[in-house]
Write a protein that binds this ligand. Structure first.
Ligand code: ADP
Ligand code: MG
Length: 690
């Protein structure tokens, strides 16, 4: 079995090289097999020197005319090659005496490099070459793979290592965990064939297909990876649901009181989602449910109504939000809803220390805090719940899959697992959702509360800032409020806050009649909370902010959203930010400011924002325009990173992957664990397969 063997088991691989390979995610010999080429070079055909042009990467063959060592600023070796159709110079700055003698006049060599213009015609600098009378190499017979590179490991070295790993494979090593019938149905090759093909494609291989990673060999590997991730989540779901939960009585007394106090009715979509949740809560196994709904559809209230069941049973509810700002806001809302019902709400955030924190923790442990709201601090060491029956995770895509899943482990106590309600506003197409959330049931809220007017979006060049300032003045004088978002200018640590501070000062000077506030991620929690409360109460009219306000913030009186450098932000993020306005009965606008010149892609993306208010449509267009990167990255969906598969490119495989997952679990359960282990990193093996 080569599967578990470390790369150091290969000839010539010591600990230094192994360490370098780790940067490529390569620890074992098998990892080398799954390190897929980024592209291929064709060295099987040679180009006549007379046809070679500058910038071309090509294989050539010719006779050495002259090799000499010269000093042109530094010592170097020049070798003049001719093939009858033209000349080429090879230039080496590092060379050995053997190389010099090896390239003697009359020797015929085969050489691969990138042609560039030199002082006496075209030249290759430090090309790879060999004598033609030497044995042909891989490169002459197959397309040459180019692997992702890393410091200190040359492409030649990588090719050699992968070649050694390939040569060690046998018919059942690495084992093909997919049954032949399944592969035949899907028209995919065996694992071994696929691996050999991707690393050593024949000279006549369809290069375009390979470059697009759509060749059946590549799709075979992508299929297997998608399947492994899917199975991993399904195993996890099974494991969790095999443990006892807290079946909650279908008692609506508390819910009815909460509903009666609301100034509005639930939407039909909210009622439907709530009914699905309530059915789960009544079961003796833990609920695992995702509520997906566009910004502003009213997910928080649905969560609160679900909480009444647990509270009525005398058990605790925890709500986790991705930012302190949002946790504060949820705490205020829940207090408003639950205080009249004599149910206390506790807030637990990372900024609490000393006695305050100790007291909060004691209350949670003793069960005096029926509702606990917080950031991820909720599930840190030392937080113990007396009897937690429901965990609500808001804006889960901000947490990432690790946090979402590790939270489950921590929340389990006394052999009982709390129900889990996960909320997200990231709308992704259904097949993708089935993959990203294969461990969850999904409820969709596809309706906004009535009376909302769609947000009007305009796109403006930065130079028209004065008009924007005027708009803000008019809106605020009319009693409304506005946001001004300064994005991350660059990745460096302090810059964004500085930019927000400067913008706030400039706007305060330009709008002396308005109260201007500032909130950013680096401010102390208490200051943030104070500012947000003042904004909520209308004592601040213009709130300058970084993207911390991206998620969840709900101030219905705010009707104007200005976003600077909008061209730099992802569509999903812009849509979230825009969702901060249009929450009340007044007409709202979103003004996207950009710095010219706009790339055509940026122009198109901003046009999408102008064209639609529908989060699903924004997501769909985002996928089309940019690929799944930002939208489907770990950060946005809580989806694990894939090695070979690409959710957009390989989306058509997904329906078949779903079926294969069921088939494997049913018919070949023994294959499941090793398949998951092969593709899903240790840290991500949520299923904890043995
Ligand atoms: P999101 O789904 O983005 O989290 P929120 O829960 O913040 O949305 O709700 C947005 C706003 O809509 C809140 O002010 C909330 O009180 C209000 N709301 C929720 N449900 C309804 C409803 N059925 N009718 C009217 N307003 C509602
Ligand atoms: Mg929300």
């Amino acid at each position: 079995m080569i599967e578990p063997r470390p790369v150091t088991a290969l000839r010539g691989v010591g600990s230094t090289l192994a360490e370098r390979l780790r940067a490529l995610g390569v620890d074992t010999i098998q990892d080398l097999l799954f390190l897929l080429p980024l592209r291929y070079e064709d060295r099987t055909r040679t180009v006549p020197l007379g046809e070679l042009y500058a910038g071309q990467r090509a294989a050539i063959e010719g006779d050495v005319q002259l090799t000499e060592v010269v000093f042109r600023g530094r010592r170097q070796m020049l070798s003049r090659i001719s093939d009858g159709s033209g000349f080429l110079t090879l230039r080496f700055f590092h060379f050995t005496t053997q190389q010099q003698t090896g390239l003697a006049r009359g020797v015929r060599i085969r050489c691969y490099g990138e042609a560039r213009r030199g002082p006496s015609g075209l030249e290759f600098v430090h090309p790879e070459y060999r004598r033609v009378d030497a044995a042909p190499t891989e490169a002459d017979l197959h397309l040459t793979p180019v692997y992702p590179s890393t410091e200190g490991v040359t492409q030649g070295r990588l090719r050699l290592l992968v070649g050694m790993a390939l040569d060690q494979t046998t018919a059942d090593d690495p084992q093909d965990w997919l049954p032949a019938s399944l592969l035949a149905d899907a028209g995919l090759p065996s694992l071994r064939d696929a691996l050999h093909y991707v690393h050593r494609p024949p000279a006549d291989a369809p290069v375009d297909l390979l470059l697009d990673r759509r060749h059946p060999s590549q799709r075979r590997l992508a299929f297997e990876e998608l399947l492994a991730h899917q199975l991993s989540l399904k195993l996890l779901r099974r494991r969790i649901q095999s443990e006892p939960g807290w079946p909650l009585e279908p008692d609506d007394t508390l819910k009815s009181r909460l509903l009666a106090a609301l100034p509005f009715q639930l939407t039909a979509a909210q009622r439907r989602a709530l009914a699905e949740i309530e059915r789960d809560l009544e079961l003796p196994k833990p609920m695992l449910r995702l509520v997906q709904g566009d910004v502003g559809c009213g997910k928080t209230l649905v969560a609160a109504l679900a909480a009444t069941r647990a509270l009525l049973a005398g058990r605790q509810v925890a709500l986790m939000a991705p930012t302190e700002l949002l946790a504060d806001q949820h705490a205020q809302n829940f207090e408003r809803w639950f205080k009249p019902l004599d149910t206390a709400v506790a807030l637990l955030t990372g900024r609490q220390t000393g006695k305050v924190r100790a007291a909060a923790l004691a209350g949670i442990r003793a069960g005096h805090a029926p509702i606990v709201i917080g950031t991820h601090a909720l599930f840190q060491e030392g937080v113990e719940f007396a009897s937690l029956a429901l965990v609500i995770v808001d804006e889960q895509h901000r947490f990432g899959v690790h946090q979402r899943l590790s939270l489950r482990e921590k929340a389990a106590r006394d052999g009982h697992r709390p129900h889990q309600l996960i909320m997200t506003a990231t709308p992704i197409p259904r097949t993708l959702a089935m993959t990203a959330y294969a461990d969850l049931d999904v409820s969709i809220i596809d309706e906004l509360p009535p009376g909302r007017t769609p947000v009007k979006t305009v796109v403006l060049a930065q130079q028209r800032r004065d008009e924007v300032v005027l708009r803000i003045r008019n809106a605020c004088v009319a009693g409304r409020q506005a946001y001004w978002v300064c994005p991350l200018i660059d990745e460096s640590a302090d810059m964004p806050y500085q930019a927000a501070e400067e913008t706030a000062a400039a706007l305060a000077a330009a709008l002396p009649e308005l109260a201007v506030g500032l909130v950013h991620g680096r401010m102390p929690g208490a200051a943030k909370e104070r500012t947000m409360r003042m904004f909520k109460d209308g004592r601040i009219q213009l709130l300058v902010a970084t993207t911390v306000i991206e998620v969840g913030v709900d101030v219905p009186n705010a009707t104007l959203m200005v976003i600077e450098n909008a061209e730099r932000m992802g569509l999903a993020q812009l849509h979230q930010l825009r969702g901060r306005v249009g929450r009340g009965q007044h007409d709202s606008s979103c003004m996207l400011l950009y710095r010219a010149p706009l790339s055509s892609l940026a122009r198109e993306r901003l046009a999408v924002m102008r064209a639609t208010n529908d989060g699903f449509e924004v997501a769909r267009r985002d996928l089309e325009l940019r690929g799944p990167g930002e939208l489907l990255g770990t950060r946005q969906t809580g989806l694990a990173q894939m090695r070979v598969a690409d959710l957009l490119r390989d989306a058509d495989l997904l329906p078949r992957v779903h079926i294969a997952a069921e088939t494997l679990l049913r018919e070949l359960p023994a294959n499941v664990a090793p398949l998951v282990r092969r593709w899903v990193g240790q840290a991500e093996q949520y299923g904890r397969v043995a």
